[in-house]
Write a protein that binds this ligand. Structure first.
Ligand SMILES: CCCCCCCCCCCCC/C=C/[C@@H](O)[C@H](COP(=O)(O)O)NC(=O)CCCCCCCCCCCCCCC
Length: 214
């Protein structure tokens, strides 16, 4: 069944990541955060068991939105300008979270690590057998990415929540993109854009030695 006009579809959400990359390979924070907002909306539709995850994501999105709408909004237009501004102004805690616990650099780093999970998860979903379990795809993607940064208790809670995920086909249908086959095609189109955002961010952070910010 095709997505009803105006209905929430993951297609628009994922295309926000396409809009986030400019010709000069800059990452625009506006579309990047819109993409995250849409993902959280989708996550909320999966049930209250995921609310501890969406709350943390929303808190981080809100921190970034306040920078992007604040006095220094010009500096927060792109990821590149944000990194340059915060580093030049001494606004990033490098060793320990102290004076600037919520810098844009450390906040985006958390979302960036979660984007790696998303990349692996969507690729897993796209290429898995029809009868595969979404919970297994999700757990494998999580263990290969975000889990390394989370304490035991968070890993445990996340793994329990994943068990509540619907089957692969049901999951593809609630994405509201059309049939499971159409959703698979859409994922194939969307993934290169997510990979591109991920790759540019990873390169930028590595260049400035920001990949381990506390
Ligand atoms: C579809 C199932 C969704 C599973 C989501 C997988 C990610 C699991 C993340 C578990 C995070 C638990 C909450 C706590 C995290 C924080 O400790 C931790 C560190 O923050 P801190 O340094 O400020 O303390 N925060 C983080 O790592 C950021 C996590 C952000 C997670 C955003 C996840 C959004 C998921 C969107 C799902 C959409 C699925 C779409 C598929 C087509």
């Amino acid at each position: 069944m095709a997505a009803a006009a105006g209905a929430f579809s993951l297609r628009e959400v994922l295309s926000a990541f396409q809009a986030a990359v400019t010709e000069r390979r800059e990452v625009l924070l506006g579309p990047y955060l819109r993409g995250w907002r849409g993902l959280v909306r989708f996550l909320n539709s999966l049930g209250a068991i995921f609310s501890f995850i969406s709350k943390d994501a929303v808190a981080k999105i809100q921190i970034m939105e306040s920078y992007c709408g604040g006095e220094r909004r010009e500096e927060y237009r792109t990821l590149q300008s944000m990194v340059a501004y915060e580093l030049a102004s001494g606004l990033v805690d490098i060793q320990r979270r102290s004076e600037h616990p919520d810098s844009g650099c450390r906040t985006v780093l958390r979302l960036h690590r979660a984007l790696r999970w998303l990349q692996l998860f969507l690729e897993g979903l796209r290429t898995a057998q029809e009868d595969s379990k979404t919970s297994t795809i999700c757990t494998d993607s999580y263990n290969a990415s975000l889990a390394a940064y989370h304490p035991w208790v968070v890993r445990k809670a996340a793994t329990v929540a994943f068990c509540a995920l619907p089957s692969r086909n049901a999951f593809l249908e609630i994405m509201n993109v059309g049939t499971p086959e159409e959703a698979v095609v859409m994922l194939g189109d969307a993934l290169p854009h997510i990979s591109s955002v991920y790759g540019i961010t990873e390169e930028l952070y590595a260049q400035h030695k920001l990949l381990n910010l506390p």
